[in-house]
Design a protein around this ligand. Structure first.
Ligand code: FAQ
Length: 331
């Protein structure tokens, strides 16, 4: 149904009969699974939706370094420290691939960062929650990266070429991240009573915030209908959330931990788990900037941006000097 429609971002899909010839040809390409590349014609709102989603995704990867970076100096062994350091570094790399993909749409990395700092762009709600104990490092890797993988694997088939290609590499690294998180959880869950309690506490605190990562329920999702039509998104928020619950409940049971939601029950009829909704008023409050960590996260991003100004200026001056020398040599 969606494949015959096009619309402005956030509105109702436009019927094919109302499309211009260019819009119809564009939609036809999407329907035939042909990738859209940076120099191809695209509707303004397709471009705007991608800049919003890819930019938000990039900001999430970069802000997402903060809760884990917080634990690098306190990791319990040298091996855990090295693994965590590598993971946090990977997230910076993911941010860079994604900013580069967004730049192909005609926006600069500086603009995206300035939009984030001015509150015109968002980053994932999950990174506004604190990481309070070492088990949180396990839960973040296992649950947060696990949720990110479920969302990102289908995005390898998204319609915009540079975004789809960035996702291929990101997904490979995320799967290592999720495994190291699960490994930490196995150690904690099978460890001393105190360690088991920490593992349970981490799962209890992070469960609902992780469910919120997939976005509001489909009935409240503003962008899903158009993003499905344009194959910017491949699945709806609720479809991915359900997949996550179905995949994760057996893992919680394998760890021997209690389920974090009394509403989780296997449903023979649907062949899926039933589960309780997250508190959506909390979600909307967090994405408005009122979560437990929003102020600190933005403060850290602003400080990094300001403190890094001399590096950016230096790199630009060096690039200009090199370009001028090259031109002189060519003359
Ligand atoms: N947080 O109409 P929808 C990671 C906003 S990467 C904040 O459903 P859409 C790796 C949404 O922007 C995690 N805001 O929106 C890692 C919109 O606001 P607007 C990031 C959210 O775009 C692990 C409004 O709500 N992944 O974790 C959230 O169709 C460990 C209405 O929502 C991606 O970004 C949220 N959770 O669907 C790193 C994946 N959900 O703009 C470090 C790509 C919704 O109208 C450590 N993105 N909003 O004001 C997507 O797949 C989509 O953008 C969704 C949202 C599914 C996130």
């Amino acid at each position: 149904m969606y494949s015959q429609m096009e619309k402005t971002e956030g509105g109702d899909p436009k019927l094919q009969a109302d499309m211009t010839d260019k819009e119809r040809a564009f939609q036809d390409k999407i329907d035939r699974n042909i990738k859209i590349e940076p120099r191809d014609w695209m509707p303004d709102n397709y471009r705007a939706t991608l800049i919003r989603q890819i930019g938000q995704h990039a900001h999430s990867e970069v802000v997402g370094q903060l809760p884990e970076g917080n634990w690098i100096t306190r990791a319990p062994t040298l091996e855990r420290k090295a693994i965590l350091l590598a993971k946090v570094q990977d997230e910076a790399g993911h941010g860079l691939y994604l900013y580069a993909a967004a730049e192909t749409l005609g926006v600069t990395r500086d603009q995206l960062t300035e939009d984030l700092l001015a509150g015109r762009m968002k980053y994932s709600s999950i990174f506004n929650y604190p990481t309070l104990n070492w088990a949180d490092m396990g839960a973040v890797g296992w649950l947060v990266d696990g949720a990110a993988i479920l969302n990102q694997v289908p995005l390898q088939r998204t319609s915009y070429g540079p975004y789809a290609r960035a996702m291929v590499r990101i997904c490979k690294e995320e799967s290592f991240h999720a495994r190291q998180g699960f490994h930490i959880m196995m150690k904690m869950a099978k460890g001393s009573d105190a360690q088991r309690k920490m593992a349970q506490d981490a799962v209890n605190r992070l469960w609902f915030p992780v469910l919120m990562m997939f976005g509001p329920s489909d009935k409240d999702s503003v962008h899903t209908a158009q993003s499905l039509a344009w194959r910017i998104k491949i699945d709806t928020n609720d479809q991915l959330r359900q997949k996550f619950v179905d995949q994760t409940v057996p893992q919680i049971e394998y760890l021997g931990l209690d389920l974090p939601d009394p509403g989780i029950k296997w449903n023979d009829e649907t062949g899926q788990y039933d589960f309780s909704d997250p508190d959506w008023s909390e979600f909307f409050n967090v994405i408005k900037g009122n979560g437990p960590g929003n102020v600190d996260r933005m403060k850290a991003r602003r400080a990094a941006w300001d403190d890094g100004a001399w590096v950016r200026d230096g790199l630009l001056a060096h690039a200009r000097k090199k370009a001028a020398a090259k031109q002189l040599a060519a003359e």
